[in-house]
Design a protein around this ligand. Structure first.
Ligand SMILES: Nc1ncnc2c1ncn2[C@@H]1O[C@H](COP(=O)(O)OP(=O)(O)OP(=O)(O)O)[C@@H](O)[C@H]1O
Length: 412
């Protein structure tokens, strides 16, 4: 495994009072012209809610994921961020096909796996692996580390039994653990070391895509940075793509060249690192960002104004009409209750779903989306308008977009 040879960088954590400096790697950049390895298109997961009693009728649905679209490029990383309950883990579990989606497509290397039969899933399990949040509960305490890491090789009959130990030791070395410790049990390791064991297990079958569900949230801040550096090393060495799930925008900043922000089952903003961290246009992203300590501001003693959202995320069983964020949004107006804002492309790699998208304090006075939806500023049908028929959310970015600053069409 390559050593930590990158430039000195800073890793921040929103859970801390200030940014934490680590000697680490330069921030990951997207590989040039990489093809998408994963394309998620209008993906939905509605869990049925059953009535109590004998007949257990379906009385409603939890709209955990409600029509999301995005891409993950080969050997790159997409960060999926949002508060607890917004549907991130469900998305991860759909992609690894632990759940059957209600509708939508999950194209892996061009092939739709959303409805793949369990028989077809076996080879897929090699290519797409998951790293779980909790290194304490995700490892079987009764099995040795060698048995945990080697099991997938035996299940998939990839190596004869007498070759497994060698491969296990190689994997332990890759994740920075002592290869002689294969006979130890999970409880003999610290939290960070256990997460390394979970990563080794996920790597056993040479996956092409890793879904990392809050892989560092349970770890101490200093250990978080080491584990993220390890994931970056693994990506550089093996070309693995990542869907990196986190509740905190600080955690994914370093590792993910592209970020998607989720709220109540929807993607509300998606873009490259610069668009999200320097130029966020959705009030929800702005609120999440305001909780992240900023390195430059910490150095000058300034503080970013904290935007405090009122209340909790509403229930996904009965989400608010129109824009789902409107009940907590500081700039919501009448139209927001009536119409769901489409995810509009406003930059080369930047999309936002808001009727009033803008930098903090620069939101437009009139809803930007009214003409496209064929309504007036209050959201009432406008008989003179011709609504756009082309508002279905697509994965990826188009070659043209609406440039909000210049009020003109931007081109790639
Ligand atoms: N198996 C299930 N059955 C019914 N509802 C579910 C199920 N799994 C998740 N949910 C609900 O779906 C919504 C989204 O949950 P999910 O775990 O995907 O969110 P999350 O953003 O990952 O949150 P967290 O960080 O807390 O895990 C929540 O309201 C949750 O209660």
């Amino acid at each position: 495994m390559s050593e930590n040879t990158g430039t000195e960088t800073v890793f921040e954590s929103g859970d801390n009072d200030g940014p934490v400096e680590v000697v680490g790697h330069a921030a990951a950049v997207a590989p040039k012209d990489a093809k998408p390895i994963l394309e998620v298109d209008q993906l939905r997961m509605h869990f049925p809610v059953k009535s109590p009693g004998l007949f257990r009728r379906t009385v409603g649905h939890v709209q955990a994921v409600d029509g999301i679209s995005f891409q993950v490029a080969e050997a790159s990383s997409l960060g999926l961020v949002g508060e607890s309950g917004c549907g991130k883990s469900t998305t991860g579990r759909l992609i690894t096909r632990l759940y059957d989606p209600t509708s939508g497509q999950i194209r892996f290397e061009g092939k739709d796996i959303a409805k793949a039969h369990p028989r077809e899933l076996k080879p897929l399990r090699r290519d797409i692996q998951m790293i779980f949040q909790d290194p304490y509960t995700s490892l079987n305490p009764r099995h040795t580390v060698g048995a945990i890491i080697g099991a997938p090789l035996l299940i998939h009959k990839l190596l004869p039994r007498n070759k497994v130990l060698g491969r296990v030791q190689e994997l332990l070395e890759i994740v920075g653990l002592n290869p002689e410790h294969y006979n130890r049990y999970p409880h003999e390791f610290s939290g960070g070391q256990r997460q390394r064991i979970g990563i080794a297990r996920a790597l056993t079958l040479h996956p092409k895509l890793l879904v990392a569900d809050e892989p560092v949230s349970a770890l101490d801040v200093s250990i978080q940075a080491q584990v993220i550096n390890l994931l970056q090393d693994i990506q550089n060495e093996f070309g693995v793509a990542f869907l990196f799930i986190a509740h905190d925008l600080a955690v994914v900043r370093h590792f993910c060249p592209e970020i998607a922000v989720m709220y109540l089952g929807k993607i509300v903003e998606i873009g490259d690192r610069e668009s999200i961290y320097e130029n966020a246009h959705h009030p929800y992203t702005q609120a999440l960002l305001s909780a992240v300590p900023d390195v430059r501001q910490a150095a000058t003693g300034e503080r970013r104004d904290r935007i405090r959202l009122q209340g909790d995320v509403p229930s996904p069983i009965n989400p608010p009409s129109g824009c789902r964020f409107r009940t907590r949004c500081p700039i919501a107006q009448e139209i927001c209750a009536k119409h769901e804002p489409p995810l509009l492309q406003i930059g080369r790699q930047h999309k936002v779903a808001c009727h009033f998208p803008g930098r903090i304090g620069e939101a437009p006075r009139e809803p930007l989306t009214a003409g496209l939806l064929g309504v007036d500023a209050e959201g009432r049908p406008d008989p003179g308008a011709s609504p756009s028929t082309d508002l279905v959310e697509q994965p990826g970015y188009a070659d043209t977009w609406f440039d909000l600053d210049n009020k003109s069409i931007g081109r790639a």
